[in-house]
Design a protein around this ligand. Structure first.
Ligand SMILES: [Zn+2]
Length: 196
């Protein structure tokens, strides 16, 4: 759970997944004359360690190697690719499934009995074990259907992952007032141009 996931009312059980996908910020739209700065919260091992630590996902003394950082980036890229697709397409696009499965294979999970019943726990015992929690959220969300509401904004200039709380679950933009309007205005202008 983070400030942002709370602000946008993302269910707690998807909060780490939501935050992880959004550690890459590719937004580059202009709002009130100012261009949004792009960013990556996980550019190095130190930043990844801090990100994990802030969520209680880092084992003490665990070191993150450059190869592990690359594995984390690969997982993020494939998770974003998965969320970018329309929910019905997520389970049918073979290339996307194959690529995602390759990344998921590196984060095996164990079924463990506990206080609250059965839970999935990381089989990894290194510094990336915390990312297995993100993978477990992916699994749980897929089982209970909430993952279908975790989407990527349809605006090319945004691509932020958001949680669709609308009743019909048909939202396409993280914020209709910003991304939705910008897209509509642009499409309108393009139509005008091609009509001229
Ligand atoms: Zn957006």
């Amino acid at each position: 759970m983070s400030k942002l996931s709370r602000q946008f009312k993302v269910p707690d059980e998807l909060a780490n997944l939501y935050d992880f996908a959004n550690t890459l910020d590719v937004r580059h739209f202009t709002h009130h004359g100012v261009q949004h700065p792009q960013g990556d919260e996980l550019t190095n091992a130190r930043e990844l360690a801090v990100w994990l630590q802030q969520r209680g996902l880092l084992l003490a003394d665990a070191k993150i190697s450059p190869a592990m950082l690359a594995t984390a980036h690969e997982l993020r890229s494939l998770v974003r690719d998965h969320l970018q697709r329309d929910p019905p397409e997520r389970s049918t696009n073979k290339d996307s499934i194959r690529a995602l499965n390759k990344a998921l294979k590196l984060f095996p999970l164990l079924v463990t009995a506990g206080d609250g019943g059965m839970v999935l726990r990381a089989a990894r015992e290194d510094a990336l074990a915390g990312l297995s929690s993100v993978v477990a959220e992916l699994y749980d969300g897929s089982r209970n259907g909430t993952l279908d509401r975790l989407k990527m904004c349809a605006s090319d200039e945004c691509r932020r992952v958001f949680f669709d709380r609308s009743k019909p679950a048909t939202r396409r933009w993280c914020m209709s007032s910003l991304c939705g309007n910008r897209m509509k205005t642009r499409n309108y202008r393009e139509r005008q141009r091609s009509a001229e």
